[in-house]
Design a protein around this ligand. Structure first.
Ligand code: ZN
Length: 131
């Protein structure tokens, strides 16, 4: 049986833990703001002094939209959401689940987000509504 090619997108933004996938946040050491993915210069205070740390706390859907038409790499319908975390971190990503709605709690999972034109499955972090 032929095995399908796979690759991970954004590996430098994630950490695999015993509990699943965790995202890496940059905390500005000058003003304390948190960013995902990492920024070279803090958009709030222009400092370049950062410390990285795992994204912590419970994520909550801030907003979302469902695409009914996508480019070939993605499979429609595709729902994209902004998720808010404690410490003013807002993360964008694909989301799955039957109960996608503003204010719903989510978890981070590693899942298929796309398929390259050569048929390679692309995996990355995505969100799943907690039932
Ligand atoms: Zn800053």
């Amino acid at each position: 049986m032929e095995t399908k090619q796979q690759r991970i997108y954004g590996e430098e933004w994630m950490e695999q833990t015993s509990e699943g996938v965790s995202l890496i946040v940059s905390e500005c050491q000058s003003c304390g703001s948190n960013w995902f993915p990492k920024k070279e210069i803090c958009p709030d205070c222009f400092s370049t002094d950062y410390r990285t740390k795992p994204l912590e706390g419970e994520g909550e859907i801030y907003s979302f939209t469902t695409l009914t038409v996508t480019s070939k790499e993605f499979q429609a319908p595709l729902t994209i959401a902004y998720i808010d975390y404690p410490g003013n971190v807002r993360v964008c990503g694909q989301i799955e689940g039957d109960k996608v709605g503003i204010g719903e709690k989510v978890e981070i999972v590693l899942g298929k987000i796309a398929e390259d034109r050569d048929g390679t499955d692309v995996y990355s972090y995505k969100f799943k509504v907690v039932e």
